[in-house]
Design a protein around this ligand. Structure first.
Ligand SMILES: [Zn+2]
Length: 183
């Protein structure tokens, strides 16, 4: 028990507002009901778990969801596809209370794919192996004097991890690094 359902409200313009409590988040979705090319957007707000079902009001052209959680009472304003969590309670004196319907359907929240970490780039060959001429041809604008010292890096020839100049062994794989070529 204790799992709140999804609550929906059908707007006059054919849009549907859906709100549900997923984990500690209040997820609000606004979808246009056109079959086939349904568009929806959803936002999650960290409201905490609901204590009571949400309430919906119409205030001055905005829809206002009142979310009562263990922590606080918070309001989510929905206006023209924008959703915003309001920390200060608005004046509900003239608000029209709208009836949210319970629904079995759940907001089909596509969980955001966590960004795949980028494949580690193949380490560049140490710059010092390049002659100044080649660097210019690569389209890089570097002044060769001071910049070279700061940007040059050594990489482990075994695993490709960057190593410090003074390292004699790779900190990652233990590969014995060749001595400094320029000393
Ligand atoms: Zn290594």
């Amino acid at each position: 028990m204790g799992k709140f359902m999804t609550y929906v409200y059908d707007l006059e313009d054919g849009q549907r507002l859906m709100v549900e409590n997923a984990g500690g988040d209040t997820v609000v979705a606004l979808s246009s009901g056109d079959e086939g090319q349904q568009q929806s957007q959803s936002n999650a707000f960290e409201t905490g778990k609901w204590l009571n079902p949400p309430e919906l009001f119409r205030v001055a052209g905005s829809l206002l969801l009142r979310i009562e959680s263990k922590n606080a009472v918070e309001f989510i304003r929905v206006r023209a596809n924008q959703m915003q969590l309001m920390r200060t309670g608005p004046d509900l004196g003239n608000a029209e209370k709208l009836k949210l319907k319970k629904s079995d359907e759940s907001i089909a929240m596509e969980p955001m794919e966590p960004m795949e970490p980028m494949e580690p780039m193949t380490p560049m060959k140490p710059m010092r192996k390049m002659r100044p001429m080649e660097m210019r041809m690569g389209g890089m604008h570097m002044s060769m004097g001071a910049a070279e010292k700061e940007t040059e890096k050594r990489f482990c020839t075994q695993c490709g991890k960057p190593v410090r100049d003074e390292d004699r062994f790779c900190a990652s794989c233990g590969h014995a690094l060749s001595g400094q070529e320029d000393s």
